[in-house]
Write a protein that binds this ligand. Structure first.
Ligand code: GLA
Length: 336
C-alpha cells in the first residue's frame, strides 16, 4: 500500500460539484472515526439506529437517544442525514403484528400502528433528515415472485408500500421519499423493481427516489450494468442514490472463499481500479445521482467482517484499518 506524506484532498470537496458523499455510522463510529467523517463526508446514514426495532422496540416506547447523537454530530458539522429505514422485514419487532388476544393483528390495526410509527419518527426527525428509505427490500425474484413474503405483506396486503409512502409524505412533506433495495441492477430484480415503481407512480404514490444499495465484490461489480440501471430508474422521473456501497475483496462467486489474513496487493489494485471505474461512471451520470453513501467509513470496522462469513476480515472501503487513505481513495479523488 503506497502512502504519501501529503495530506490527502477531501472526498466531499472533490465531489462537491457531483453529489454528497456519505457514510453509514453508529454513535460509536462518530467518536472513533470523527476526524475522517468531518474531513471527507458530507452526509450520514444511521447504520441501525433509525430502524423499527431501535426506534419503537415496544408499542408506544420510542427511543431516539442513539440516532439523536448522530444527527447532532451532522448538524454540528453541516452534514446531511439520510433516514434509514421505516418499513423492512428485518430489525422488526413482533408486536405490530400481534392482536390483543395473541391472535394475528387485523389489517386495520397493523396499518394504524404503521401510521403511528411513521408519524412519530418523522415528527422527531423532520428538518434534520432530508430523505428517507421508506421501504427497504420489498421485492423477491424467487419462485416467479414479486413482493417478498414479509409480516407487512401478510398483515396488510400488497398496498402496504403505498400506505407507508403516503403516511411518510403526510408526516414530512419536505422529505424526499425513497424505495431502497439490493441487487437492483440484476436483470430479474431490476425488472421487478421497475414494475413496482411504475405501479406506485401510476397510482400517484409519493415516491421520489430509488435507493440502490449496491453492496458489491471485486468479482461481481459490473459498472456498465449499474449505469444502465441508474439511467433506467431515472427515466421514471425519480432521483437515484447509491445508498450502501462497499466493495468486498473476496471472490465469492462460487461460494465463500477462505479468510485472508491481510489484503493481497493484487486485490487492492483491482479494488482501486474498480473504484476508479465506478466513480468515473458516476461523475458521468451525476445529473441523475443525488447521493452516494458508503456502508462504513474505514476498513477497521465493516459489517462484511461478519457477512457472509462470521469473523472473516474484509477491506471494502476507501480508508484502511489505520484510517489512512488507500490507493482506491486517491484514484477516486484524483478522477474528480
Ligand atoms: C441491508 C440493509 C442495511 C444493513 C445492511 C447490512 O443492506 O438495508 O440496513 O443492515 O443490509 O449491514
Amino acid at each position: 500500500m503506497s502512502r504519501s506524506n501529503q495530506s490527502p484532498a477531501s472526498l466531499q470537496q472533490a465531489y462537491a460539484d457531483f453529489f454528497p458523499v456519505g457514510a453509514a455510522v453508529s454513535p460509536e463510529v462518530i467518536e472513533s472515526h470523527g476526524e475522517l467523517l468531518r474531513r471527507h463526508f458530507g452526509s450520514l446514514t444511521c447504520e441501525n439506529d433509525l430502524k423499527f426495532a431501535r426506534t419503537q422496540p415496544e408499542e408506544g416506547t420510542f427511543t431516539f437517544e442513539r440516532s439523536d447523537r448522530i444527527i447532532a454530530f451532522a448538524r454540528e458539522h453541516g452534514m446531511k442525514v439520510r433516514g434509514h429505514t421505516l418499513v423492512w422485514h428485518q430489525a422488526l419487532p413482533d408486536w405490530p403484528f400481534v392482536g390483543g388476544d395473541g391472535a394475528p393483528a387485523t389489517r386495520r390495526s397493523v396499518l394504524e400502528r404503521l401510521e403511528e410509527h411513521i408519524h412519530t419518527v418523522l415528527a422527531h426527525t423532520r428538518g434534520d433528515v432530508y430523505c428517507w428509505d421508506v421501504v427497504n427490500e420489498a421485492v423477491d425474484e424467487r419462485n416467479g415472485g414479486f413482493l417478498r413474503d414479509t409480516p407487512w405483506l401478510q398483515a396488510v396486503g400488497k398496498d402496504y408500500l403505498d400506505m407507508a409512502f403516503r403516511f411518510a409524505h403526510e408526516a414530512d412533506p419536505d422529505a424526499a421519499l425513497f424505495y431502497n433495495d439490493c441487487h437492483t441492477d440484476a436483470p430479474d430484480r431490476h425488472a421487478l423493481i421497475m414494475r413496482l415503481l411504475r405501479g406506485m407512480l401510476d397510482r400517484g404514490v409519493p415516491v421520489h427516489g430509488m435507493g440502490m444499495q449496491a453492496h458489491s465484490r471485486i468479482d461481481n461489480l459490473d459498472v456498465a450494468r449499474l449505469r444502465a440501471a441508474i439511467e433506467d430508474f431515472a427515466s421514471l422521473g425519480l432521483q437515484v442514490q447509491i445508498t450502501e456501497f462497499d466493495l468486498s475483496l473476496y471472490r465469492d462467486v462460487g461460494g465463500p472463499e477462505e479468510a485472508l489474513k491481510a489484503p493481497p496487493a493484487g486485490r487492492l489494485e483491482e479494488q482501486a481500479r474498480l473504484y476508479d471505474e465506478l466513480f468515473a461512471m458516476l461523475r458521468d451520470v451525476s445529473q441523475l445521482v443525488t447521493g452516494f453513501t458508503f456502508w462504513g467509513v474505514a476498513d477497521d470496522r465493516t459489517w462484511l467482517d461478519n457477512f457472509p462469513v462470521k469473523g472473516r476480515k474484509n477491506w471494502p472501503l476507501l480508508f484502511d484499518e489505520r484510517h489512512e487513505p488507500k490507493d482506491a481513495f486517491r484514484r477516486v479523488v484524483e478522477g474528480a
